[in-house]
Design a protein around this ligand. Structure first.
Ligand SMILES: [Zn+2]
Length: 83
């Protein structure tokens, strides 16, 4: 599952298929602007899709535990029953 959108929000150009290439090149240490030039994204609206993407969002935000920790366990549930 990925939160990266398949298309650019502004112009609608397909960006989702190049995310893996972008991240691989970025890992190798290539400059972001060089990668995006090679992938032929010239518009700033498309380039910001890659530059502003943070892969950590998927591991942190999507699996964020909304249940509070110790205090909630001591309070009774609002709805009783329900097996
Ligand atoms: Zn665009």
């Amino acid at each position: 599952m990925s939160t990266f959108p398949p298309r650019c929000f502004t112009c609608g150009k397909i960006v989702g298929n190049n995310l893996e290439k972008f991240l691989e090149e970025k890992k190798k240490g290539t400059q972001q602007d060089m990668i995006l030039d090679n992938l032929r994204y010239s518009r700033m609206c498309c380039r910001r899709m890659f530059i502003s993407y943070n892969p950590r969002i998927e591991e942190k935000l999507l699996f964020y535990n909304i249940k509070p920790t110790s205090r909630a366990e001591s309070t009774p549930p609002l709805v009783k029953g329900g097996k």
